[in-house]
Design a protein around this ligand. Sequence first.
Ligand code: ADP
Ligand code: MG
Ligand code: ZN
Length: 560
Amino acid sequence: MRDQKLHHILKETFGYDNFRFEQYNIINSILDGKDTLAIMPTGGGKSLCYQIPALYLDGVTLVISPLISLMHDQVMNLKEYGVEAVFLNSSQNYGEAQKAKAKILNGTVKIIYVSPEGILSGALAGFFDQINVSLIAIDEAHCVSQWGHEFRKDYTRLGELKERFPDVPVIALTATADAKTRVDITNQLHMKAPSVFVSSFDRPNIKYMILERSDEIKQLDEFIKTHHPDDTGIVYCLSRDKVERVATALNKLGYKAVPYHAGLSQNERALNQELFNIEEKIIVVATIAFGMGIDRPDVRFVAHLDLPKSIESYYQETGRAGRDGKASTAWMIYGLQDIVKLSQMLETTDADENYKKVARFKLDCMLALCEAAACRRSYLLRYFGEIGAETCGYCDSCIEPPTLWDATVDAQKMLSTIYRTNQSFGAGHIIDVIRGSKNQKINDRNHHALSVYGIGKDQPKEHWNSVLRQLLNLNYIHIKNWEYRSLALTSKAQEILTGKIKLELRKQDESVARAKTAAKQDKKRVASKTTGAAHGQNELFDALKDLRNRLAKEKNLPSY
Ligand code: ADP
Ligand code: MG
Ligand code: ZN
């Protein structure tokens, strides 16, 4: 009975024949009244996991969503499917909010999107008590966790909802799956014996390519020409200035490219986004402001000209390629400047030290992906806690294995140092010991007396960082304690220590190593600089404006 009704809603309302991934099990878990955590890759179809129960159940479903633009898109989408939905947030004026509330009290609305501060604020508390809430969905739930890449302070109070609506099941949805974040989400939301569903993160139709930067425009041009000459794609850059520079350059090379970043007016952004959705062979050059709300299934490539700050971001951004399941490419170049820029940004934020530690670790994991000698896909899957095949056969590392160096002896030194210091220290201290540094902590622990003290003083810090990252990445060591990020050997480590296995690592460009060290030394000087130079002007290249206006005219869109 329930089964029939669910399939009926899927088909009649949304027009789909089959549930995807764990959708069916997730929906049933909610309908059984259980608190549920759903982890599914970007584009996997998380929305239906709460939208279908919302339609199935009597009463109203509250959806907590972090971004106003996201709520807006979702409500518009649902309206197209004929589902009554409204949002309540700070972008509305008094009249609009009153109108939405009246609709809700009428009983016609099935789904309400609301921001975390909205649902927790005193102003609306009384209002929500008057309505029959049947389900609470927390979208982008990784925002509750400091371990997530988009921590939001107002998400941390969402646990209060369990006290306010003790009998209402809660579903949390996210694409971020590392174990620590998962536990954090269920704890912070005060979930009771949650059911957890994890769908595979593998995107078999995406081919991963990562190379070192030399001349970025030339490299990008070559990549597009060779792999996707007639396709639609997204090019991500870190800064607004760079977005405009790259869009202009592509335009000059004869591509149809439009820029997208938060510095453009709302109208300009809307136009460029719309052009991206309907125009053939178009390339959007964007900052990460461009993302949520893209619904184009045939994006054939996502190119990163700057390193994302975490694997989660990388995965989410590259995941916008190939939603239709057809062959697509995630291409990235990285190098010296990225590490400098990202480290500077990180060191100069006023976030607390614990947050910075996490962020540094995440950046290191991102770097390890770039440095990985082995299959990119298997690295990504392992990061998200999935054990898959060792090689995929079609990422760049699989197709053209990188130059390697014999790192067996250095790996042995590293593993011994971790072992001799009782497997209870983090990377920083271990590298200090191996390099024979002099500091208080080494004195206090008497670590200068160890046989391993100074055995690696011939190599710079970054060399050891790289060895350590790659050992971690290859699962010879693991993080024993997340709070202190202390490292310990895995059972695999024996194979290296006994010399049974020879370890080969990808050769790293030395300039990358130097850049990172320099960034840290530089951080004070830069702190004062970056605040001053923050927002450059965004003078759009004339030809870009012309192109956009011509396209808008062809498509009957208002131009700006
Ligand atoms: P997520 O929030 O996980 O990133 P969305 O919920 O936005 O993903 O869904 C991504 C796309 O997949 C949407 O276009 C949606 O309509 C589509 N989709 C969801 N479930 C199904 C399904 N069972 N069959 C086909 N398409 C689906
Ligand atoms: Mg979503
Ligand atoms: Zn591979």
